[in-house]
Design a protein around this ligand. Sequence first.
Ligand code: GLN
Length: 506
Amino acid sequence: SGMDNKMVMGHPAGLFVLFFTEMWERFSYYGMRALLTTFLITEIAKGGWGWTNESAMSLYGWYTMLVYATPIIGGYIADKLTGQRKAILIGALLMTLGHASMALEGFEKNFFFLGLGLMILGNGMFKPNISSMVGQLYPNTSAKKDAGYTIFYMGINAGSFLGSLLCGYLGEKIGWHYGFGLAGIFMFFGMLQFFVAQRVFGIVGEQPKKEEVKSTEEEETPKHVVRDRLIVVAVLMIASIFFFLAFEQAGGSMTIFAKNYTQRILEGTQAITFKWLDALLTIIPIAAVTFVLFKLSAKIFDKYPLTIIFTLISFASIAILGIWKVYREFTAIDTEVTVAWFQILNAFFIVTFASLFSKLWEKIWNPSGPVKFALGLLLVGIGFIVLAYGSSSIPKGAETAAVSMVWLVLAYFFHTMGELCLSPVGLSYVSKLSPKKLLGLIFGFWFLASAIANKIGASMGGMIDKISQEYSMSVFFLIIAALPIVVALILLLLNPMLKKKMHGIK
Ligand code: GLN
C-alpha cells in the first residue's frame, strides 16, 4: 500500500490517529444519544421538552435511522469526488456545528432540529470513510487487518463508554446544554487531531481511487470474482440486519424491565437484601473475568500492548459501574436505569472482551466469515432465551414487573459477545471483499443495515405491550430468540457456497 511504513506497537501509526478520531466522534454520538430521549420526555419545568414517551421514541427512531442511512451518500461522494480524508474532515465539521447548535436549544428550539440534521449529514460523510480508511492501512491479505479493525472497534466503544457516562451525567444533573455542549467539544478535538496528524497517512485517502496508479491488485481481479465477493457482502449484510434488529429490540424491552425494577425499589417493595445480592452478583463475575483477563494478558502484552491500557480502563469501569449502580439504587433520585445504562454496559463488555475474540480468531479457531456471523446470531438468540427464562415469573398482562438485574446483565453480555463475532469482523470483511473504487459506497450499504434495524427496532417497542397482554413475556422473548437462530442456521447451510464465492479471502 501507499503508506510510509512507520509502525507503532505492531500496527501502522495511522491506525492510532483513526482510533482517537473515531473515539472522540463516538464519544459525542453516544453521549448525545444517551441524553436525547431523556431530555425530550423530561417535563418543561425541569428544562426538558415534556414530550410523550411515544413521540420521543419516534424521533429517536428516525434520527438513528437517518444517521446510518446517509453513509451511502457520503461513501459515494468520497469514492467519486473528495477522497476519504476530505470527506472525514467535512463530516467532522458538520457534526461539530450540529452539536454546537443543539447546545443552543435554550435560545431557539429550531436549533435543536438543525443540530440533528447537521449530525445526520455529518455522520454520512464521516462514518463510512473513516471505517474504510482503517482497512487501507493494511495489505488485503494481511491477517493484521482483522486485528486492526478490532482495535478500532475498541476505540468506538471506549468513546461510547466515556461519552454516555459523562454527557449523561452532565445533562441530567447539571444542565441539558452542558451535556450537549460537552459532546460538541470532544467532536471538535477529534477533528483537530485528525487534521493535524493526517500527514501520517501518506497518500491513503487523499484522492478518489480513480485517479490513482492503475497497477493495484484490483485491476487484475476478474469481473466475476468481484461480483461473487459482493454477493457474500450482501448476504452478510442481510444477516447483520437481524442482529442489529434483535439488538435494538433488546435495548427497548430491557429498558422497560429496568424501569419497572427501579420503580419497585423506589417504592420500597423490593427487599434490601435483594439489592445487595443483585449488585454483588453483577459485579463479582465481571470482576472475576477481568481479573483472569488481566492475568492472561501478561503473556499477550508484548504482542498486543493496547490490552494493558484497556484492561486498566476495564478495572476503572468496574468500579464506576458498581458505584453507579449502588448510587442509583440507594438514592431517591428522580432518574431511572435508562438506555444510557445499557449503552454503557455494552461498551464496557466490548472494551473488555474485544482483544480476547481477536486472539481467538488469530490463534485458536478462525472459521469463515459466514460462520462467525452465524455464531454471533446464535449468541443473540441465547441472550433472548436468558431473558425468556428471567421473565418466566411474570404473569401475562402485568403492568409492572420486577426482574432481577442479573438476567438483564447476562442477556446483554451474550448480545455483546454476539456483536463481537459480527460487527468488527463485518467491517474487516467489507474492507477485504469490496472493490477499492467503491469502498465508501459499500461501507455505506453496510451501515444501511443498521439504519433499517434502528428504525424497525424503535417502532417495535410498542409491540411488547400488545403481545404481553395476550401471551407472557417469556413467549415474546422466545419468538425474538427464534429469529436470529433461524438466520444463523441458514447462514451455516449457505457457508460452503459463500466460502467458494469469497475466492480465497480469509
Ligand atoms: N457500535 C458500533 C458503532 O457505533 C456499531 C454501529 C452499527 O450500528 N453498525 O460503530
